[in-house]
Design a protein. Structure first.
Length: 118
């Protein structure tokens, strides 16, 4: 069983910053892909950013490029999302997903709320 835990959400004013963290754990589990998705009320879940091991390659949705940065933490199976210059439209529940391959998200966290006030 693989467990995925997110942390770091909260309430911030527009222009502010937040840092989300994600950690996956499980016996013999080694992540090859970790990413963040978000879902705002009444909208579909959308891709935000991803990172792949072992090369650390990253991808971003156009709407967050230049504002958000995904990175690996020192420990394997974990990653952080640094979010700067937050906008009210960034308000959503942010979900972390991970998987054993570089192309498929298999395991998901429960999500963490990010609210940006104007």
């Amino acid at each position: 069983q693989v467990q995925v835990a997110e942390s770091g959400g909260g309430l911030v004013q527009a222009g502010g910053s937040l840092r989300l963290s994600c950690a996956a754990s499980g016996r013999f589990f080694s992540s090859a892909l970790m990413g963040w998705f978000r879902q705002a009320p009444g909208k579909e879940r959308e891709f935000v950013a991803s990172i792949r091991w072992p090369d650390g390659s990253t991808n971003y949705a156009d709407i967050v490029k230049g504002r958000f940065t995904i990175s690996t933490d020192n420990a394997k199976n974990s990653a952080s999302l640094q979010m700067n210059d937050l906008k009210p439209e960034d308000t959503a529940i942010y979900y972390c997903g991970t998987g054993r391959t570089r192309v498929r998200y298999t395991y998901w966290g429960q999500g963490t709320q990010v609210t940006v006030s104007s």
